[in-house]
Design a protein around this ligand. Structure first.
Ligand code: HEM
Length: 427
């Protein structure tokens, strides 16, 4: 293991673009200059074990192409490259969740997984949830105000008291998961969030697996309870359709689907709320514009997703020899699509490094990916982000940062672990 970490550090020092992007801690806070350095390599920047693209058209082409398939997150480094990187030793354990979720399977299994849950996330269903989400936001803001009063009177951690709680509350209600489990889920979720990353220490990897296993066990048991006493929620309706030898989902497939929807529902939207707050702190003139023109909030949410996306990148592997933007790609090649880089492609976005809540084509970002795996929860996430941020800034028009923010240790998921804020103006 020590050898592996040394090899990775060598690649980082050698300036290999993918090793730096994947592993250099400097990239966590501000990867954007690095993307710009890769911008002149079209469509791909060569890496030690993958090709990287920061281009919008090439990323879209890869994500939509039948010639590419998903990669299991734990197999991102192919065997030959592992050897080249001296990452010898047994391949990393794919973890206790088998079979993988819809995120990690291709057609023909993928549409079967996705079809069953799709109906819960249509624009109409999401519109119906808006009112309840607004109530949740107001209740959480009340609790946050109380926490501030009980503390020093005016400062709180926005992530712990608001950004992390709103998405997990909404998704738990949708799934019929008891609210009392909220804190436990957040803690398991935090422990499991690194499963998307690589270069973990042995201890971090063991902890990630233990957290995944705990989530898996709890969900299996929960589905058994719902089978006995179904409620009026998405999971209860899915449990009734479990079909171990037919066209529906098997029991284990339902467990992994439920876990993905639950985790995707609270691991990413927290970052949208946190990153959005931080960007509005950093751009006071944009914040004033939203006060004057509140109809811009939906567009502002897309601009936040473009400018500071909660999911930095994803990857695909070529299933056969193919080409992307005229460049040959061989079967087995790994392509990393840097969503956060594509979102700053000057061919699509004028003045891409400017944060502009009124940007006319903000929605063209790739923060929700593209193609068959396009985020199932995109409409829900947009609605939650809009409700949460607008309610926060309307309740606390003088909100300011109160001390240094701390980033989450995850790489693919970009966001804050802690964002101290001051609710009242300083006197
Ligand atoms: C897939 C981002 C919120 C459920 C994805 C993917 C991205 C993404 C980038 C595709 C990854 C790939 O192509 O490899 C986000 C962001 C969110 C968010 C940035 C918040 C701001 C949500 C929410 C839910 C959700 C709230 C559900 C309640 C899913 C599911 C998939 C997915 C189920 C897998 C879809 C498939 O494989 O077909 N998300 N997501 N996401 N997301 Fe989200």
């Amino acid at each position: 293991h020590g050898l592996m970490r040394a090899a990775i550090r060598r690649q980082v020092r050698a300036g290999n673009p993918d090793a730096r992007l994947l592993l250099d801690p400097v990239m966590q806070a501000d990867p954007f200059p690095h993307y710009e350095a890769l911008r002149s390599s079209y469509p791909f920047a060569p890496g030690a074990f993958a090709r990287l693209t920061v281009h919008h058209d090439a990323s879209t082409a890869v994500l939509r192409s039948d010639d590419f398939g998903v990669t299991h997150p734990t197999q991102v480094v192919p065997a030959p490259a592992r050897a080249a990187l001296a990452l010898a030793g047994p391949p990393r354990n794919p973890g206790p969740i088998e079979p993988p979720s819809m995120l990690a399977v291709d057609a023909p299994d993928h549409p079967r997984y996705r079809k069953l849950v799709n109906r819960a996330f249509t624009a109409r269903r999401v519109a119906a949830l808006r009112e309840r989400t607004t109530e949740v936001a107001q209740e959480l803001l009340d609790d946050m105000d109380r926490a501030a009063r009980d503390g020093d009177g005016h400062t709180v951690d926005l992530v712990a008291h608001y950004a992390s709680l709103l998405p997990v509350t909404v998704i738990s209600e949708m799934l019929g998961v008891p609210l009392a489990m909220r804190e436990q889920f957040l803690s398991w979720g935090d422990g499991a969030a690194t499963s998307l990353d690589m270069g973990l220490t042995r201890r971090a990897h063991a902890s990630m697996e233990a957290n995944l296993a705990a989530l898996n066990d709890w969900m299996r048991e929960h589905l058994r309870r719902l089978r006995r006493e179904p409620g009026d929620d998405l999971l209860s309706s899915l449990v009734g359709e479990v079909d171990d030898d037919g066209a529906g989902l098997s029991e284990q497939e339902l467990v992994s689907t439920a876990l993905l929807v639950l985790a995707a529902g609270f691991e990413t939207t927290v970052n949208l709320i946190g990153n959005g707050t931080a960007q509005l702190f950093a751009h006071p003139e944009q914040r004033e514009r939203l006060v004057a023109e509140p109809d811009l909030w939906p567009n502002a949410v897309d601009e936040i997703l473009r400018f500071d996306p909660p999911v930095e990148r994803t990857a695909r592997r070529a299933k056969r020899d193919t080409e992307v933007a005229g460049t040959a790609v061989a079967e087995g090649d790994l392509v990393v699509t840097v969503l956060a880089g594509a979102n700053r492609d000057p061919h699509v976005f004028a003045d891409p490094a400017t944060f502009d809540v009124a940007r006319p084509n903000a929605k063209e970002h790739l923060a929700f990916s593209s193609g068959p795996h396009f985020c199932l929860g995109a409409q829900l996430a947009r609605m939650e982000g809009e409700v949460a941020l607008r309610a926060l800034f309307e309740r606390h028009p003088h909100l300011t940062p109160a001390g240094p923010a701390r980033r989450r240790p995850t790489r693919i998921l970009r966001g804050y672990a802690e964002l101290p804020v001051r609710l009242e103006p300083a006197v």
